[in-house]
Design a protein around this ligand. Structure first.
Ligand SMILES: Nc1ncnc2c1ncn2[C@@H]1O[C@H](COP(=O)(O)OP(=O)(O)OP(=O)(O)O)[C@@H](O)[C@H]1O
Ligand SMILES: N[C@@H](CCO)C(=O)O
Length: 327
C-alpha cells in the first residue's frame, strides 16, 4: 500500500498552481512503498512541454529534517546524479504542505528496479556510489546516523536477550567478535551515505543507473557501509537458488568499479569482513523491530528478517573472507 492519504483531482490541481509545470493531464497513486503517499502526476505547460512528476506526501520518518534532505538532493542533482530533487515553485519554495502533510514535487525518474541485477548493473551501481560519496556537497552537509554501528550493536544485544534466544549458541560468539573489532575504533573514511540502497531504491535502464530514490536514511557514515549494504542485497543468490550465497563476480564488479573512482584505504580493506556483518545485522534488527511493531496489521508489507539473519550468519562464519576490496 502506498496511498495513505487519498488525493482528489482538485487537490492536485490546486497544489500545482504555484509551480511552473503547467496544467494537470493525469495522475495515479503509486503501488509499492510503505512509508509515504506517492502519486505519479503528468502535466503540460503552455509551450506544450510534458512534465512527468512524482508528488510525495511525507507521512512519517524524519519530517523535521526535510530541509537537510532537500538541500542534499539539490546538491546531488547539481552534481548530475539522477536523484529526486524537490522542484521549487516560482518563489523558490520547495517544501509545501498538502492535507496537513509536508509535500514535495519531484521529477519522475526513468528505468526499472533491477530485480535480478547483472554484473554490468553492479558495476554501474559501484560507479554511482563512488560519485555519490565524492559529490562536493557531502563535505559541507552533516547528519547524525541514527542507524550507525553503535545503534546496531546495542540493538542486537537487546534482541539477543529477547527475540533471538534461539540463535544464542552461534550469535553470542559472533557478536563478541564484532564488538571486539569495533572497540578497536576503526577509522574509516566518511561521507554522506545513502544507507538504504536496495534494488527497490534504484532504477536502471540496461546497464545505466537512471534513478536512485528514498534518501531518508542518508546520513554521515562510513562509505564502506554503503557498499556492504549494496553487496548484501545486490550480489546474493537469485530467486530459484534455494541456498543463500554470495556471487563473487557481481561483488567484484561493484567493488572494482567503485575503487576506480575512489580507491579503498588499507584500513577499509581489513575492515571489510566486519562491515559486511554490521550491514547485515543493521537490517536484521530493523526488519525484526518493524515485524514486531506491525504484527497482524493488514496492508503493511513486512520484509523478512530471516534473510538478514542468514546473511549475518554467512558473513560471521567467513570473517576471514577473501572478498577484500581492490585498491
Ligand atoms: N522520483 C521517482 N521517480 C520514479 N518513480 C518513483 C519516484 N519516487 C518513487 N517512485 C516509485 O514509487 C515507489 C515507492 O516510492 P518509495 O520507495 O519512495 O516509497 P516509500 O513509501 O516512501 O518508501 P519505502 O517503502 O521504500 O520505505 C518506488 O518503488 C518507485 O517505483
Ligand atoms: N530497505 C529496507 C526497508 C526500508 O528501510 C529493508 O529492505 O529492510
Amino acid at each position: 500500500m502506498s496511498v495513505f492519504t487519498p488525493l482528489h483531482e482538485s487537490d492536485i490541481k490546486e497544489f500545482l498552481i504555484p509551480f511552473n509545470v503547467g496544467e494537470l493531464i493525469r495522475y495515479s497513486g503509486i503501488d509499492g512503498g510503505s512509508e509515504n503517499t506517492n502519486y505519479f502526476v503528468d502535466t503540460r505547460d503552455s509551450e506544450g512541454q510534458h512534465h512527468s512528476l512524482v508528488l510525495t506526501l511525507v507521512e512519517r520518518g524524519p519530517v523535521n529534517e526535510l530541509p537537510f534532505f532537500i538541500e542534499l538532493l539539490a546538491c546531488l542533482h547539481k552534481s548530475d546524479l539522477p536523484v529526486p530533487y524537490s522542484i521549487a515553485d516560482r518563489t523558490g519554495l520547495a517544501l509545501h504542505t498538502l492535507k496537513d502533510r509536508p509535500a514535495l514535487l519531484q521529477p519522475r525518474l526513468s528505468g526499472k528496479h533491477p530485480d535480478q541485477p547483472t554484473i554490468g548493473q553492479c558495476a554501474a551501481l559501484g560507479e554511482f556510489l563512488a560519485a555519490l560519496h565524492k559529490a562536493s556537497c557531502t563535505g559541507r552537509l552533516q547528519r547524525h546516523n541514527d542507524r550507525g554501528p553503535d545503534w546496531v550493536l546495542k540493538s542486537a544485544q537487546l534482541m539477543l536477550n529477547k527475540q533471538w534466544q534461539d540463535d544464542a549458541v552461534w550469535l553470542i560468539p559472533a557478536l563478541k567478535q564484532l564488538c571486539d573489532w569495533y572497540k578497536t575504533t576503526p577509522r574509516l573514511p566518511e561521507a554522506i551515505i545513502h544507507g538504504d540502497l536496495f534494488r527497490d531504491n534504484a532504477m536502471m535502464t540496461e546497464d545505466k543507473v537512471t534513478g536512485v530514490i528514498d534518501f531518508y536514511n542518508a546520513a554521515t557514515g562510513w562509505m564502506l557501509m554503503d557498499l556492504a549494504i549494496c553487496v548484501n542485497d545486490w550480489c546474493v543468490s537469485l530467486p530459484g537458488e534455494d541456498k543463500l550465497s554470495l556471487d563473487p563476480q557481481r561483488i567484484d564488479a561493484l567493488l572494482q568499479a567503485y575503487a576506480t573512482l575512489r580507491p579503498f584505504t588499507e584500513e577499509e580493506k581489513s575492515a571489510w569482513p566486519y562491515v559486511l556483518q554490521l550491514a547485515a545485522l543493521r537490517f536484521w534488527v530493523s526488519r525484526q523491530q518493524y515485524a514486531s511493531q506491525h504484527q497482524n496489521k493488514a496492508g503493511v508489507l513486512i520484509k523478512d528478517p530471516d534473510y538478514f539473519r542468514q546473511t549475518f550468519m554467512l558473513h560471521a562464519a567467513s570473517a576471514n573472507t577473501n572478498l577484500t576490496p581492490h585498491s
